[in-house]
Design a protein around this ligand. Structure first.
Ligand code: PGA
Length: 254
C-alpha cells in the first residue's frame, strides 16, 4: 500500500502580521518540491491572504481548528463549510485545542465529521501526555482517543468515502514544543497501535490511512521519522516558521 507523504507546517498563533504570513508562505512555496505533499496551517484570520499567495503553487492550506457545529449562534467559531472556499483541510483535536479550548473526544469527533462531510481533509491529532507515557499507557490512550471519532465515522461514513480524506497525526503531548521528540521506534509502535485500532474498532483499512508524526520535529531530526516504519510525514510546529528549516524537513521525507 503506498500512502502519500505529507508534511504540514502548523504555524499556531504566528506570525503576527499578514505581511509576515505572506512572506513565510512565499518562502515555503519556493522551497516545496514535488515528491511530498506540503501544507501550511496559518492562523485563521490569515488563511485568505495565504491562500492567495499559494494559489498557483503545490502547497496546500489547512486550518488549525474548526467548529463542531454546522452553523448558527456560535460566536467566534468558523464552520467547516466556510473553510471549503480556502483550504484543503484542517487539523482537529490538536492537543493545544484540547488543553486551552476544552476539546474532548466527543467534540473532536463532531469536528471530524463536520470536516469530512464538507469534503475537506481532516488531520486528527492524538497523543499521550507525559504522565501517561511514563505509566506505559500510550496504547490505551490512543485507543481511547480514537473511540469517539471512529464511532462517529461508522455512523456517518455510509459508503466509506469519508475515510479517503482522513489523516492521523500522532503527537505525543510531551514532545510538542519541548525540543524532546519521541524516538522513531516509539512513533512506529504508535502507528501499529493506531492502525490496529482503526481496523478492530473502526472497520477501516489502517494501511490506507496516512499517519504523521508531530512533536519537536527539526530538519536534522526529521530523518529518523522519515525512516521510521509506518510514519508517512510530519506535522511541524516551531520549525515550520523558518522556511529553510521546514524545507529541510520536507526534503527528509522526499
Ligand atoms: P512542535 O509542534 O513542532 O513545535 O513541537 C508540533 C505541533 O504542535 O503540531
Amino acid at each position: 500500500m503506498t500512502r502519500p507523504r505529507i508534511v504540514i507546517g502548523n504555524w499556531k498563533m504566528n506570525p503576527l502580521t499578514p505581511a509576515a504570513a505572506t512572506t513565510l508562505a512565499t518562502a515555503v512555496a519556493r522551497e516545496a518540491g514535488r515528491v511530498v505533499r506540503v501544507g501550511v496551517a496559518p492562523p485563521a484570520l490569515f488563511i485568505p491572504v495565504v491562500a492567495e499567495v499559494l494559489r498557483e503553487t503545490r502547497v496546500g492550506i489547512y486550518a488549525q481548528d474548526v467548529s463542531a457545529e454546522e452553523k448558527g449562534a456560535f460566536t467566534g467559531q468558523i464552520a467547516a463549510t466556510m473553510l471549503t472556499s480556502y483550504v484543503n483541510g484542517t487539523l482537529v483535536g490538536h492537543s493545544e485545542a484540547r488543553r486551552y479550548l476544552g476539546d474532548d473526544d466527543e467534540r473532536v469527533a463532531k469536528k471530524l465529521i463536520q470536516v469530512l462531510r464538507a469534503g475537506l481533509e481532516a488531520v486528527l491529532c492524538i497523543g499521550e501526555r507525559e504522565d501517561e507515557f511514563d505509566a506505559g499507557a500510550t496504547e490505551d490512550v490512543l485507543a481511547a482517543q480514537l473511540g469517539a471519532p471512529l464511532h462517529a465515522l461508522s455512523e456517518s461514513d455510509r459508503d466509506g468515502r469519508m475515510t479517503e480524506r482522513f489523516v492521523i497525526a500522532y503527537e505525543p503531548v510531551w514532545a510538542i514544543g519541548t525540543g524532546r521528540p519521541a524516538t522513531g521506534e516509539h512513533a512506529t509502535a504508535a502507528t501499529k497501535t493506531i492502525r490496529r485500532v482503526l481496523e478492530e474498532d473502526g472497520g477501516i483499512d489502517g494501511d490506507a490511512i496516512p499517519i504523521l508524526y508531530g512533536g519537536s520535529v527539526t530538519a536534522s531530526g526529521a530523518i529518523e521519522f522519515a525512516k521510521a516504519e509506518g510514519i508517512d510525514g510530519a506535522l511541524v510546529g516551531g520549525a515550520s516558521l523558518k522556511a529553510e528549516e521546514f524545507a529541510g524537513i520536507v526534503r527528509a521525507f522526499a
